[in-house]
Design a protein around this ligand. Structure first.
Ligand SMILES: Nc1ncnc2c1ncn2[C@@H]1O[C@H](COP(=O)(O)OP(=O)(O)O)[C@@H](O)[C@H]1O
Ligand SMILES: [Mg+2]
Length: 334
């Protein structure tokens, strides 16, 4: 089968960390063709979504450093020229069996335009993961708000007084820009902080942009758990533990990754999300859970596969590709 991946420029990807590379590698090893493109290289001609697609061949990463019995000390190693590109061709995207939309956030207006282009991929011929309508429906911060039983106390507002009153009530809170990722712009707020007004002004762009204010979960110091969901089912998890004086657990800001189990509570949360995720075509999703509370639903380009594979000795990318192959067969192709 043919798998296309809409990714950021491949030279900028980190083969030992990025889930997109894990997925591409899995597709190749399972005997499929792997093609890449970027969200800037898509268009529509005669009602068909088109893309400049380039075939790619990967040299899979291998585990190195540390010994086999201590996976925490090991890391994925890639050869310097870990990908080889073929000739680009501008062709309809529905010549592919599956398209993975894996452009990194932020979700900008050009990103949203790309989802409209992806609406012109024939769903009877090609599986798009995640669904373009689902990507539009699910702001990564706001989507969680509908699962009221699963989330900590949370408000969304751009009003300084509302935010101040809330922080006063809770004592401690976390502020999140609605379009952020990888810990960017996440602030710890404390009642009485002399910088509180100023932080709210900066984050809301003087009251123009709403932000999320969430009650501070002290369990965050023990980790922010990433659970990977495939069609609503948890298939693996990794913990990210803040290091040093940093309160954020994100890997991008130095969070330490550690092996962690999928708990009963994680399954319960996943079950609450599953029907909605399936309805929205959100097949490959990463949810964040702190102290048993859902804090974020990542749908654009969730990460975590490489870390879970290394710590748990599994191959989640293979599971995702095999799921896609079955779904493609169910379309009556393949
Ligand atoms: N309610 C909270 N209480 C304490 N810490 C939090 C809370 N929400 C998020 N954090 C911390 O901030 C980090 C980033 O938050 P998150 O909502 O996952 O946004 P993103 O990962 O998109 O930047 C988390 O990894 C966690 O360490
Ligand atoms: Mg997060």
């Amino acid at each position: 089968m043919k798998f296309a991946f809409i990714i950021d420029p491949i030279a900028r990807l980190d083969p030992g960390h990025d889930s997109s590379v894990a997925l591409m590698e899995a597709a190749q090893v399972l005997g499929h063709e792997v093609w890449i493109t970027q969200f800037t290289q898509l268009g529509v001609t005669a009602g068909q979504a088109m893309a400049t697609l380039q075939p790619v061949t990967l040299t899979p990463v291998t585990l190195g450093g540390g010994d086999q019995s201590a996976p925490e000390g090991q890391r994925w190693e890639a050869v310097p020229n870990w990908y080889q590109l073929g000739e680009s061709v501008y062709q309809p995207l529905d010549t592919m069996d599956a398209v993975f939309m894996r452009t990194d956030p932020p979700v900008t207006v050009p990103y949203l335009y790309t989802t409209y282009v992806l609406d012109y991929v024939d769903p009877n011929k090609t599986l798009v993961i995640n669904s373009p309508a689902g990507l539009r429906a699910a702001n990564e911060k706001m989507y969680a708000l509908q699962f009221t039983e699963a989330i900590p106390e949370t408000i969304v507002s751009r009003d300084k007084q509302v935010i101040r009153d809330t922080v006063h009530r809770w004592g401690k809170a976390v502020l999140k820009p609605l379009g952020g990722k990888a810990g960017e712009g996440i602030l710890f707020l404390a009642d009485g902080d002399p910088n509180l007004n100023s932080m709210v002004e900066i984050s809301t762009h003087q009251g123009l942009e709403p932000v999320m204010i969430q009650t501070y979960l002290p369990e965050a110091k023990d980790g922010d758990k990433r659970v990977i969901l495939l069609n609503g089912e948890p298939i693996g998890a990794v913990n990210r533990i803040p290091t040093g004086s940093e309160f954020r657990g994100n890997m991008a800001v130095g969070g330490r990754v550690a092996k962690v189990a999928v708990t009963e509570r994680d399954r319960e949360i996943s079950q609450q999300l599953a029907p909605r995720l399936r309805q929205d075509g959100l097949i490959f999703v990463g949810i964040d859970i702190i102290g048993g509370y859902l804090t974020e639903v990542n749908v654009t380009s969730p990460t975590g596969i490489r870390e879970i594979d290394r710590l748990d000795g599994v191959q989640l990318g293979y599971q995702v590709i095999k799921w896609a192959v079955d779904a493609i067969k169910a379309l009556g192709k393949g």
